[in-house]
Design a binder for this molecule. Sequence first.
Ligand code: MN
Length: 265
Amino acid sequence: MHNENKKPTQLLELVTAITRGNIKVIDLTMTLDRKVPTIVLPPELGQSWPFRMEEISKYNEKGPATYWNNFSCGEHTGTHFDAPIHWISGKDLPNNSTDTIEPEKFIAHACVVDCCREAEKNPDYLLTIDDVCSWEKTYGKIPPRSWLLMRTDWSMKKTPEEYLNLDDEGAHTPGPHEELIPWLIDERDVIGFGCEDVGTDAGQASNFKTPMPCHHLMHGRGRFGLPALTNLDKLPAQGTVIITPPLKIRQGSGSPVRVLALIEE
Ligand code: MN
């Protein structure tokens, strides 16, 4: 157990560096309010609740000294964590839900691939193995157990309509190519995939040969998802540590999460 004589030097150095601003903390989280875009599924399927908040009291007759609220939303609302149990491919894995995932997996390194120019030209842009290999030529190989974060600046869209970008064919939002996902798992051993749009798969991914490959393959192999991130433009390509603990919901498939990134200045 704890050795009382041993000073926790590395942890003390970490908090000192944060206090001095040598390590900066970047918030990668959307603000939860009524305007936060909620995923829209075909009408025959079940639907996720949007974020709603109702005042309990605000220093008034319902509570003279207190301000607090009730809120409700689906597990997959705003910036959120996707656990392996979210997909049928991950339903029988051990430690596959928000309450059973090992806590050390909520702190990990992140690589950020900048696709914002491509996504601006083509909302259905798909990140390929070739793209990631050319990223690696500049920034180095993806270290094992890293997140691969796809920067598109999609989180800067002004309205929920632009953000969801729906038409008769469904959503048009960028995401990973179906061949990239097994490669990231088998060749780079990533811990998960994160992005700036409403889900980790591209808007048209239900039409792929393997439908919804980021969900199906990542969760089937015990990896995670982190959609609806913001501020990815503030991160370096390599060397970020991100902290991503979901709420400890029993058998939870995910939850809104406050994602913090630590970067060295
Ligand atoms: Mn989700």
